[in-house]
Design a protein around this ligand. Sequence first.
Ligand SMILES: Nc1ncnc2c1ncn2[C@@H]1O[C@H](COP(=O)(O)OP(=O)(O)OP(=O)(O)O)[C@@H](O)[C@H]1O
Ligand code: SF4
Ligand SMILES: [Mg+2]
Length: 340
Amino acid sequence: MMKDMSAMTDPRQPPAPTRAPVFELIEVEKVFQIRRPGAGLRRDTVGLRALDGVRLRVEQGASLALVGESGSGKSTLLRVLLGLDAPTGGRALYHGRPIREVRAEGPRFARDVAMVYQDARGSLDPRMTIGALIAEPLRHFGIVPAGQVAGRVAELLARVGLPADAAQRYPAGLSGGQVRRVAIARALASEPSVLVADEAVSGLDVSTQAQLLTLLRGLQRDMGLTLVFITHDLGVASYLCEEIAIMYLGRIVETGPTDAVLAAPAHPYAAALRAAAPRFFEPLPEPLPGEIPSPLDLPPGCRFSGRCPMVQPDCQTRDPQLGRHGEGRAVACLHPLGAA
Ligand SMILES: Nc1ncnc2c1ncn2[C@@H]1O[C@H](COP(=O)(O)OP(=O)(O)OP(=O)(O)O)[C@@H](O)[C@H]1O
Ligand code: SF4
Ligand SMILES: [Mg+2]
């Protein structure tokens, strides 16, 4: 399972078992150069810090939910994990090697790390049948000999709960939930060990969401998949993922076992999300008082200080780093909740 990095480097601890994590992010930073607001026609740029000092460790077979308000850096983090974006600082590793390097070496990484996009319909060519869409990665990665492709497509359709005759249909003839199932079948076709998903069940009705979550949870457990799942919904995170990482303005502010974090959040932002979380399967509303600061103009000290009900004088001068907070947990707060 995922652990905080500080626990791994404490010299007083006995050495941890040497199981290389699937992903390891060490002080990862991603700065986008954007046009300076009000720059007019001048080519004046300014750095937007979308990720700032992100530390994360995801072990084989873990299921991790990335949660946070809009703009907190979830998708950027996922793009770094997929090797689509290079970090501008720090290190992003896959089985101990730089992700971008592994990705550039050939198709092995793309085969091993599969993605389910939020816009599942948009990711499917409307002119291809469902059978052809699922056969495409089977052929591309040479998963089975040509004579076995149709049989494997049928197996994949069954695995995601679609009828065999769906193979002859086109995406336009399927419901939103069925299209997500096709996207999951395509992702599974390459026999990945990691499944990465960005809001894969959002925008669907509650019962379809529940069916897809049950499917994903079953697949993750039966196939031993490592799952990294972005969601706005704490209910979804708690149902699907054993671990949670809560993001705020480009930082992970709290991580740990989902049940423990949601039962007793240590970071005031996590506590505010928890308190605002409505019923299961409802996305987070805009939950907190005050404005999220612009990533172009972060406050000094703790970036949550302007909205934090627990703020103290030192919070405005010291920037808290993610540090160990109990068994398997880490928090980036100078005055965590529940601390003695
Ligand atoms: N290609 C880009 N160029 C410039 N800025 C970007 C780019 N991609 C993301 N950003 C900025 O980085 C920050 C983080 O964006 P990101 O899309 O990762 O957030 P998010 O948590 O996924 O949000 P949402 O929940 O709305 O999907 C935002 O301020 C966003 O405007
Ligand atoms: S460091 Fe201070 S302002 Fe920041 S979350 Fe903790 S208590 Fe709140
Ligand atoms: Mg996003």
